[in-house]
Design a protein around this ligand. Sequence first.
Ligand SMILES: [Cu+2]
Length: 68
Amino acid sequence: MENATLKVNGMSCGHCVKSIQGSVGDLQGVNNVKVHLAEGNVDIEYNSSEVSASKIKETIEEQGYTVE
Ligand SMILES: [Cu+2]
């Protein structure tokens, strides 16, 4: 299991938390997603043999946010 912390721009409210946690959490191979709204960070625990970091990043960007 890998851990990544992504800096995500554009998250502003509970809806953002839900849409990111929901969409990323639905990816196969993602074990845990935790959004830290105040810090603008997203902690992700995932299995890199099942899902790539770029796929996770893409999924967040599809929701309308920018990953640094
Ligand atoms: Cu929001």
